[in-house]
Each structure stands twice: as C-alpha cells, then as structure tokens.
Design a protein around this ligand. Structure first.
Ligand SMILES: [Zn+2]
Length: 338
C-alpha cells in the first residue's frame, strides 16, 4: 500500500475500508542545513527531526513507504547486506576515501534492515554536514558518541515515519492498536517503531498520564513448568516509567488480571479466530509498577498481543467510535471480579 503526502496535504487510504481520508498538515517551511547545525548540540532531538524533513524535501519524497534505498543511492551511498556480529549496521568509508557504504547485518529482519539503513544514513548526513557547512566544524563534532547514536535513532524514526504521515494521531483518543498497526504497515515499519514515534508525541506529563504506554506480549510456554504464565513481556514503551524496560523478557505473574486478559485473548484468537480490539475499563493489572486500575486496549497482532495502557481521563466514547470506524471490532467489557 502506498500513501502520499503532497506538500501540505497527506492522503492515506485505509486497507480496511474503501473510504479515503484527507488530512491537512501544517504548512511545510523549508529546512536550512545551517539552522540544523546551529541547534544540533542544544536540541539534538529537534535537529534530528529537522534533518529528516530536510532529506525528504531534498529528495522530493511525496509518498510512503519512504524509499530508503533510493535515498541512500542518490546520496551515492552503497548498501551491502553482510555478516556483522555485533550490530545491525555500520557506515564504512570506501577505500578511495570518496564515498561510504552502509553495511547491514544479514540477520536483520526487513523492518530492522530499513531502520538500520536510515540510522546509518543519519551518521552519513552528520559527516556530510561537517564537510559542507560554512559554520565551524566544532558545532557538529561536539556530539558525543552516545548522543550521536541517539541522534541517528531519532533521525531514522522521523525519516521513516514523517510528521506529515502521522498528523491524524494527535491525541490519545485517536490511538488504537488497530490504527497503529495499519499505519505502520503502510509506512513499512515495525509496530514497535511506530508506537515509539507516536507515544513520544502524546502527553505523559500530567498526573493522569503517568502510567500511559504500550506493551507487547509473546506466548512462550515453559514445558517444564505447567504453572508458569506462558506470556512474557517482549517490548515496553513508557515515558514516565523508565524502569519498565528492565522487565522486558520477564514472564508476567500467573495470578494477575493481566494474565487472565492475555489468556482470554490468546484463547479467542487461536480457538475462534477473533482478532478484534477489546477495551477493558478500570481493571487492576497487577504487573510490575502498574499496580493501580487501568483502562486498556488489547489486540492480538502477528503472533503477539499488544496492550495499550490509556490515560485516566481519556474519552472512552471517542476511542470506541474510532475503533468501530476503523475495524468494526467487537467490544467487550468483561467483569473479571464481579
Ligand atoms: Zn550508529
């Protein structure tokens, strides 16, 4: 599927329905490289977004998925898939010193491959800015190794998931797992990458937004222990709960409401083929620091189950309406503790 964003307007067609929606994006202001270099040190995240916008403008990219290979090739950067033991990708200067090759691990999945090329292109753009800017090189060179890596991740996310392709996700009320999956597919990025990009733009600061985020669970039964929960946390995307990352890989406790919800979803999916999105209102999750009551959206996707933890003050009627329009899901309000 191909979506397009033509200067000020983004068009996207939904695979679940014949209707096309047209969304007005903010007027695009041309990006100047030297402005990016000026803000690079103090606002690297903002600079990364601006650099991605600059690359899309320079290459006249009007459609998504973003053609990352042709962007690299028109920058005269070659791409090789090869054996890389310790990384997804690397930027290698060519022997004659005139160009660069991006090497990507042959173990990378299709989505990781695209993200790794975009990340290495970020390193390349930094090198190119160093050699072409009329500003002092120190402004660019001063990025520490750690900040440069973060910069390239932010750049890759903003390049593959441009602002103009996600203007219709402005609030928590516009977010459903089904909508995220649909747009991630259209952009040819992973749902994890898409969820990170969307969630970082939504409010998390007020008290009612403290525990908001997304979790991905994998079904992985332990043959030797029939009592262990078969669900383990495969990804955790939270902005106010930094500690959630350290629970990735952990099995959830067997005696929790979250386990019941996941088991029910798994059962419905694999026994009856039900893949619709379910809304559970004000249930205790009983998992890690998510100890209060939460309203969650749950949907099985690609052999995993995604859980979106919504803010306390979210307008549930808007979410239900959004889900119904997007995928005609079956809504369930299940009393686990009657
Ligand atoms: Zn890197």
């Amino acid at each position: 599927m191909v979506g397009s964003f033509m200067s000020e307007t983004l068009n996207c067609s939904s695979p679940s329905g014949p209707e096309e929606s047209e969304i007005q994006a903010n007027a695009q202001v041309r990006v100047d490289v030297e402005d990016i270099v000026r803000i690079l040190r103090d606002k690297p995240r903002h600079a990364a977004g601006e650099l991605a916008r600059y690359v899309l403008q320079e290459h006249h990219i009007l459609n998504y998925p973003i053609p990352i290979t042709s962007i690299a090739h028109s920058e005269k950067v070659q791409i090789e898939t090869t054996t890389l033991p310790f990384a997804d990708g690397a930027l290698i200067p060519s022997a004659d010193g005139k160009g660069y090759t991006i090497c990507i691990s042959d173990l990378a999945s299709a989505h990781r491959w695209r993200f790794a090329v975009a990340h290495e292109l970020g390193h390349f753009m930094l090198r190119r800015m160093q050699s072409t800017t009329r500003l002092p090189n120190t402004l660019v060179l001063n990025l520490s190794k750690g900040v440069e890596e973060l910069f390239c991740n932010w750049f890759a996310a903003a390049l593959l998931i441009p602002d103009s392709a996600i203007t219709d996700f402005p609030t928590w009320e516009t977010l459903t797992i089904g909508r995220m999956a649909e747009r991630a597919m259209a952009l040819d990025v992973s749902i994890s990458a898409f969820a990170r990009r969307i969630l970082e733009r939504l409010p998390h600061k007020d008290a009612g937004y403290k525990d908001t985020g997304a979790m991905q669970f994998r079904y992985s039964p332990l043959k030797e222990d029939a009592n262990a929960s078969p669900f383990l946390l495969a990804d955790a995307i939270f902005y106010r709960l930094e500690g959630m990352r350290k629970h990735v890989g952990m099995r959830i406790p067997h005696i929790t409401v979250l386990h019941d919800v996941l088991a029910r979803t798994y059962d419905r999916t694999y026994r009856y083929g039900v893949t619709t999105e379910s809304l559970y209102e004000a249930i205790p999750l009983g998992f890690t620091s998510l100890s209060g009551q939460y309203t969650i959206l749950v949907k099985p996707l690609g052999g995993t189950i995604w859980v979106l933890v919504l803010p306390q003050h979210v307008d549930l009627n808007l979410i239900k309406q959004m889900c119904k329009e997007a995928a005609k899901p079956e809504y369930t309000q299940i009393a686990l503790f009657p």
